[in-house]
Design a protein around this ligand. Structure first.
Ligand code: GAL
Length: 304
C-alpha cells in the first residue's frame, strides 16, 4: 500500500484482506507511508517472502519498473490496484473508470455554474489516475471554456495527494480578491482543505466544490451544503475483484477482460468499475443503501 492516510484506503485494506482470506489466501501486507523508495523495498521484501501474487497501490506511477521486472522473472502475478503502474510489465490494472470520475465532477460544476469562473485542483501528479480524471473533466469543460462562458482562473497539479497546495491555491485567489464560482477538487481529502480555506473567509457553502471517495466527512459536508458532490466508488466491489483475480488467476485460471490501457510499455488488461455520482438527492439511495456509511453518521448534524 501507498498510504492509509486517505480514509478510503483503510477500507480497501479491510475488504481485500477479508475477501482474499475467505478464498483461502494468506495475505502479507506492507505500507510505504507515501515513500516511493520504501515501496520498492516493500515489494522486494514481499518477493523474498516468495509471494505468488503482488497487489500494488503505487505511490509513484513511474518508479516500479525494475522491481516489477524482478517479480515477473519469478513468475509472480502483478496486479496494479486502483492506480496504474507505468512502464512496467504488470498483468492487470483493476480500478474504476477514472475518466468518468472526472467527467462527473465537471458535469456537476457546469450544471451548478454554467457561467462563471472555476479553480481546478488536480490529483497528485505522481498518480496516473489524476491524468485520467483531468482528461474526463476537460472533455466536459471544453465547450464551456471555448465559448467563454466558463473561465479557469487557475489550475494546479499538486505533486502528491496532499493538501498543502490546494489550501494555498484557494488562499491565493481569495487574496487577489477573486471568489471562484466553482472549485473542482480531485478528491474529498483535497476538498476538505479547500472548504476550510473558504470557511476562513466565510465563503463555505457559497462556492461549489467537488470531490470523490464519498468520505464520511464529505457526505456530511454535502448534507450541510458546503460540498456540491462526491463520487462513490464501491470499494468492496474493487477489493473483491482484486482478491478474486489474485486467487483465481494467481492459481492458473484464465484472465478475462474487455479493454486494455497503454502504460508506456504495453497494453495492460484494464477492469474499470463504474463510479457513482453522489449529491444531496441520492445520498440515501447510494452510500447509505450500500452500507458504506450509516444514516446516523451522515445526517448527524440534522438529527436532534
Ligand atoms: C487516487 C484515487 C482516489 C484518491 C486518491 C487518494 O488514486 O483514485 O480515490 O482519493 O488516490 O489517495
Amino acid at each position: 500500500m501507498d498510504t492509509l492516510v486517505v480514509e478510503r484506503w483503510q477500507r480497501d485494506r479491510e475488504e481485500f484482506i477479508q475477501h482474499a482470506r475467505s478464498l483461502g489466501a494468506v495475505v502479507l501486507e506492507r505500507n510505504a507511508f507515501e515513500d516511493p523508495v520504501q515501496q520498492q523495498k516493500d515489494i522486494q521484501w514481499l518477493i523474498d517472502q516468495k509471494v505468488e501474487v503482488l497487489v500494488i497501490i503505487p505511490n509513484d506511477r513511474a518508479s516500479l519498473s525494475d522491481v516489477v521486472r524482478k517479480a515477473k522473472d519469478r513468475g509472480i502475478l502483478v496486479i496494479s490496484y486502483d492506480r496504474l503502474i507505468q512502464n512496467a510489465d504488470i498483468d492487470i490494472y483493476i480500478s474504476f473508470d477514472n475518466e468518468k470520475v472526472g467527467s462527473l465532477m465537471a458535469q456537476s460544476i457546469v450544471q451548478a455554474v454554467p457561467v462563471g469562473n472555476v479553480l481546478i485542483i488536480n490529483g497528485g501528479s505522481n498518480d496516473f489516475n489524476s491524468y485520467m480524471i483531468n482528461r474526463g473533466m476537460k472533455e466536459v469543460l471544453r465547450p464551456f471554456l471555448s465559448s467563454g462562458t466558463l473561465k479557469v482562473i487557475d489550475e494546479i497539479w499538486p505533486p502528491e495527494w496532499r493538501n498543502e497546495e490546494s489550501r494555498a491555491a484557494v488562499e491565493k485567489v481569495l487574496a487577489e480578491g477573486i471568489v471562484p464560482d466553482g472549485i473542482i477538487a480531485a478528491n474529498d481529502f483535497l476538498a476538505a482543505s479547500v472548504i476550510s480555506a473558504l470557511s476562513a473567509k466565510r465563503l463555505a457553502g457559497k462556492v461549489f466544490v467537488t470531490g470523490q471517495d464519498a468520505e464520511l466527512a464529505a457526505c456530511q459536508r454535502i448534507v450541510e451544503g458546503t460540498q456540491l458532490m462526491t463520487v462513490y466508488k464501491p470499494i468492496k466491489d474493487l477489493a473483491k475483484t482484486a482478491a478474486e483475480t489474485a486467487v483465481y488467476v494467481g492459481s492458473g485460471e484464465e484472465l478475462r477482460f474487455s479493454q486494455t490501457i497503454f502504460n508506456e510499455l504495453k497494453d495492460v488488461p484494464y477492469i474499470a468499475l463504474d463510479p457513482i455520482l453522489v449529491t444531496r438527492e441520492n445520498l440515501e439511495s447510494t452510500v447509505i443503501a450500500d452500507g458504506f456509511h450509516s444514516y446516523e453518521d451522515v445526517f448527524r448534524e440534522t438529527l436532534d
